[in-house]
Design a binder for this molecule. Structure first.
Ligand SMILES: Cc1cc2nc3c(=O)[nH]c(=O)nc-3n(C[C@H](O)[C@H](O)[C@H](O)COP(=O)(O)OP(=O)(O)OC[C@H]3O[C@@H](n4cnc5c(N)ncnc54)[C@H](O)[C@@H]3O)c2cc1C
Length: 407
């Protein structure tokens, strides 16, 4: 009989799948159960707005690992099952379909869901959200040449949908409340670059537009907005952000604040319960503050770090946040999570095929964006991590190697 604890992971998405595998890699021999609402094997979401939406890959290509992996690793995979409640006292999960599941240690990787448009018509049959494989496949079917698509929200997902739709010959209008795309996450210079890119590709990008209602006319949609004439479209895709799935933790009395609050080792306010991925607001030791990220790197690497802790390790999760997006022929990568900056430094020009933009605060790099210039990213992250004053003119000078500045 084993004396190892039973680790249960709730949420079989990217973080959950990575954590389960990492427990075995870290040498954990006890029982592991990975339970998740979706019926698909744990998968990566980035292709959902890119290759899968474009029809370039089958959905199975998004899977982290084949089914046989979980069998071989003796990870009990329970798909299509939703956890309804956590009984912390009894160390037991209650399942939505009835029955329960005992745990000794618990990892919550419940992720996030697409924020709904809180407006009349925001949930009709011609209105699409994008979070899971089924959402992507359903929207894909509608993206036929000549179809009119209104994308509401010019964040990463909205813009990726717009780019994929344009490639399929769809007529695309993007409606954004802020004056520029990516206003929540990127410097205005990058927002302006991305706006110009989409307009060049034929997107009707309208900013400063407040959508007030979506009316289903039977054969299409009429979208009313302040600051614009009504927009007619066949379908709408909504990309107005994500909301962490914290309800399970919250109902169990675990501390949450737009995310499950965890320390750098992934421990929640209940030391026996851990969390990782999009659902966490975690302490980042490099910045000395709590951040919530919605990014592939965080889902994977935080989950692996927390799994190692649960298997007896000590090392906290401590990385410079990193994110990428692909739109048309542009690969854009971002590092850092700055709350503010007081200077931007261009390394290259936005008119060049590739360039990098640094954001500095009091002379120290706090964020960087590379556009078709991924080779700068590693050194940009080193510079952000080092948090030392750099010579801005040297940073802008492409004759000076970034690795020499990062050393
Ligand atoms: C369309 C799209 C494109 C993206 N593109 C990029 C990109 O280009 N670059 C990048 O860096 N990041 C990208 N991301 C972000 C990245 O995919 C996410 O950060 C990552 O998926 C988060 O992983 P997670 O495991 O924390 O959450 P999720 O992947 O959301 O997994 C959580 C899982 O938990 C399940 N669950 C929730 N509650 C329960 C419950 N009570 N019981 C059982 N199961 C439950 C959910 O059904 C879900 O399957 C993209 C995301 C989306 C949606």
């Amino acid at each position: 009989m084993t004396t190892d604890p039973h680790i249960v992971i709730v949420g079989a998405g990217h973080a959950g799948g990575c954590a389960a595998a990492a427990l075995r890699t870290a040498g954990f021999k006890g029982p592991v159960t990975l339970i998740g609402s979706e019926r698909y094997l744990p998968y990566e979401r980035p292709p959902l707005s890119k290759e899968l939406l474009a029809g370039a890959i089958p959905h199975e290509k998004t899977f982290l690992r084949p089914a046989a992996f979980y069998e071989d690793a003796q990870i009990a995979l329970r798909l299509g099952e939703t956890v309804a409640a956590i009984d912390r006292q009894a160390q037991r999960l209650e399942l939505e379909a009835g029955g329960n599941l005992a745990y000794d240690a618990l990892l919550l990787t419940t992720g996030a869901r697409a924020r709904r448009l809180p407006l009349p018509g925001g949930d009709g049959p011609r209105v699409f959200y994008l979070r899971d494989i089924d959402d992507s496949l359903a929207l894909r079917e509608r993206l036929q040449e000549g179809t009119r698509l209104a994308v509401i929200g010019a964040g990463f997902i909205g813009l990726e949908v717009a780019a994929t739709a344009r490639k399929r010959g769809v007529e695309v209008t993007v409606l954004e409340l802020a004056p520029l795309p990516l206003a929540r996450v990127a410097a205005p210079e990058i927002g302006a670059f991305v706006a110009a890119l989409h307009r060049r590709k034929g997107v009707d990008l309208q900013t400063g537009i407040k959508v007030t209602a979506i009316e289903d006319l039977g054969d299409g949609l009429r979208i009313s907005a302040e600051g614009s004439e009504p927009i007619l479209a066949d379908y709408a895709a909504i990309g107005i952000g994500a909301q962490p799935n914290t309800e399970l933790a919250q109902a169990a009395g675990i501390e949450t604040r737009d995310g499950i609050l965890v320390d750098a080792q992934g421990r929640s306010s209940d030391p026996g319960i851990f969390a990782a991925g999009d659902v966490t607001r975690h302490l980042n030791p490099l910045f000395g503050r709590q951040i919530r990220l919605e990014a592939w790197q965080n889902a994977q690497n935080q989950a692996i770090a927390v799994a190692k802790i649960m298997a007896g390790g000590q090392d906290p999760f401590s990385e410079v946040p990193w994110f990428w997006t692909d739109q048309y022929e542009v690969n854009l990568q971002m590092a850092g999570a700055p709350e503010r900056w007081d200077q931007v430094v261009w390394r290259g020009e936005p008119t060049e095929p590739g360039f990098t933009l640094f954001q500095l605060l009091e002379g120290k790099p706090v964020a960087a964006v590379t556009v078709n210039n991924a080779r700068d990213m590693r050194f940009a992250r080193m510079l952000i991590q080092r948090a030392q004053v750099v010579d801005a003119s040297a940073l802008a000078d492409k004759a000076i190697k970034l690795q020499d500045l990062a050393r």
